[in-house]
Design a protein around this ligand. Sequence first.
Ligand code: ZN
Length: 310
Amino acid sequence: MNQLWTIIGLLTLCLGGCYYVGSRDFTRPTTAPTTTDDRSLADLLPTTAPIEAPESPDTTAAISPTLSIEEPPPGQALPPAPQPLTSAYLPILMFHHIEDVPADHPDAIYRGLAYSPERFRTLLQYCADTGVEVLTFTQLQQIREGTLPLPERAVILSFDDGYANNYTNAFPLLEEYGFKGNFNIITDKIGESDFYMSEDQIADLVAAGHQLCSHTQTHPDLTQLSANALRRELGDSRRWLSERYQTPINCLVYPAGEFNDTVVEVAAADYVFARTTRPGKTLDFTTPHTLPTVRMFPETGLQSIQRWWD
Ligand SMILES: [Zn+2]
């Protein structure tokens, strides 16, 4: 029982930390310390429940008799303490445009970054039919911390650059299937033209439970920036998104996949996770700021996806 209370206490602490949003640049009042962020608070927590809990059998009743219903029935074991994972086989799928682009479109780069809505629907249908869970980076954080079980088969859908077709084409399909996406926003590009999602469109995504990740302010090559510019691109974009949309931002996506040791170090100060463009399906949580991805080419279809869990 004492161990259970310790776990409940830890979970309360963790949830508080997960939903605390840094307020350095904003006026929203908060009593939380302004220098604390999600990552550092989570990392400060012990990874296993301490065993030196009070021994008195009266402690529970003294705190709150009504909560004693949490006690498991006689003979039923207490749930095990959360065990952080060091890695997970969990493909993060990288999309850009969800759009039909004709095969003879003159812009080869644009063509190469497009995934057809029909093919996207086929993927979602496959996930629904075969029990492949579709996760957010918030759930990934819980999986890493051991508070959410790692599904046998799961993917993360990650959409780069905040294109308007993500809203018009991907969002309705995700809603139809009840899946959540992770939209990687370049904050200075929001509403810049019809090519990018507007502030209100992004607000709709958040209201529907989809997750935002930062894709920096201006999408520069981060390896070429001064230390101050790097901190602005990574830190200010996170703070702006979290304040504007009142949602925790625990993930970063490096523009064009460019990073070096300095970039990783600065990213680690603001984010729990950062995604690269390096190919891979196994996430090493000991290096959470260089997570690999699976690039979804226009021709990537079910034939290759089905093999991922063979
Ligand atoms: Zn990008």
